[in-house]
Ligand binder design. Structure first.
Ligand code: SF4
Length: 356
């Protein structure tokens, strides 16, 4: 068993099914189980904008569960305070999905609340998230204007009522998110890293990576996701606290990562948002894989570019002798390059800072 499974491509439904198969998820399932699926539908916006979970991923999960005889499936979510969950279900494609596969939709804003105390914090948690036998967390890996990033742990905030979401902000967000991560323990996490937003939870600047990531430890996955976005895990306050509370461990050199279809990583597709276009000005790309390019975009967002030097990236540079900085093993012919295939954004951040 690996710790983290990654799949690359554009057929999200098929990729999700392959990941669950590779991780042998069925070994832990029983047809009598009540399963909850928690996507990120923070706003009523298409997944292509970088804020919400692609419905094709949830469709892959449902198909996998139903193939193993599981039929009591509920998609549960509560959008952020400024939006209406039912509108999000409809606009994001989940109402159609529920009808097609006969699964239930539950707006956690209307759910009963259970009080749970841990780490000296009393939390109000939606009952349905606690009552399922198997909870599948399906967050989006994306930027967040207050916490830096959001992924597995922060996605669980959709399982508390609106009044509690407001109270989390008065409590400083990081600690209550970490405590929530100790009381609500997803059985499985499948991360939508297809085109998560550069820096805001509500989308608008999607960064194409064409990737889905699966694992069981939300802290491990979030710490890995933080590095993919150019952070050190300790840069993310709630992650640091969650680890100290024993909610999981950080990814490190001993973390076993299994990549599927790495030879078929899609190439960069045209970036459409103005923020991503601006950062692309610091790059000289030639047939770059989208996951590699996304890492560089996230790193440039944190550092700015290198003055008078464009950073080379892409398979077109393979085997060539080059000058200037490069990113990824394909640019090994550069004077200096960041190793990895794809490399982590956190390593690219270090290279750019040291270049100056
Ligand atoms: S190093 Fe080359 S092959 Fe590897 S992800 Fe980057 S562009 Fe693709």
């Amino acid at each position: 068993m690996a710790d983290i499974y990654i799949n690359y491509g554009i057929d999200l439904q098929e990729m999700t099914f392959e990941l669950m198969d590779a991780a042998k998820v069925a070994d832990k399932l029983d047809p009598t189980m009540k399963v909850g699926i928690k996507p990120n539908l923070v706003v009523s916006r298409s997944a292509d904008d970088g804020a919400t979970t692609h419905p094709e991923i949830v469709e892959g999960i449902i198909k996998y569960l139903q193939a193993f005889g599981i039929h009591d499936i509920t998609i549960l979510e509560g959008s952020w305070i400024g939006d209406n969950t039912k509108r999000a279900f409809k606009n994001c494609g989940y109402t159609d999905l529920a009808e097609k596969y006969g699964v239930k939709l539950l707006d956690t804003k209307e759910d009963k609340v259970v009080k749970i105390k841990n780490k000296n914090v009393l939390l109000n948690v939606c009952e349905s998230a606690l009552n399922v036998d198997y909870l599948i967390n399906v967050p989006v890996l994306k930027g967040h204007c207050q916490t830096g990033m959001t992924c597995c742990l922060k996605n669980l905030k959709g399982c508390i009522p609106d009044s509690e979401k407001r109270r989390f902000h008065t409590m400083g967000l990081d600690n209550p998110i970490a405590v929530l991560g100790t009381v609500l323990r997803p059985s499985l996490n499948i991360i939508d890293s297809v085109c998560g937003d550069l820096s805001f939870e509500e989308g608008g600047n999607p960064v194409t990576a064409n990737r889905i990531i699966l694992g069981f430890d939300p802290v491990l996955l979030d710490s890995y996701g933080a590095q993919l976005m150019g952070f050190g895990p300790d840069d993310i306050g709630y992650l640091r606290i969650a680890k100290n509370y024993g909610a999981g461990k950080y990814a490190d050199i001993d973390t076993d990562i299994l990549e599927l279809n790495s030879e078929n990583r899609p190439k960069t597709i045209t970036q459409h948002s103005s923020a991503v276009k601006r950062l692309s000005g610091y790059i000289e790309a030639d047939s770059a894989c989208s996951a590699c390019y996304a890492a560089l975009i996230y790193a440039l967002d944190k550092t700015g570019g290198i003055k008078d030097e464009k950073i080379k990236i892409g398979q077109g540079y393979k085997g060539k002798t080059l000058s200037g900085p490069g990113v990824g093993n394909c640019t090994a012919g550069c004077g200096s390059y960041v190793k990895g295939c794809p490399p982590k954004a956190s390593d690219i951040v270090d290279m750019i800072k040291n270049w100056r």
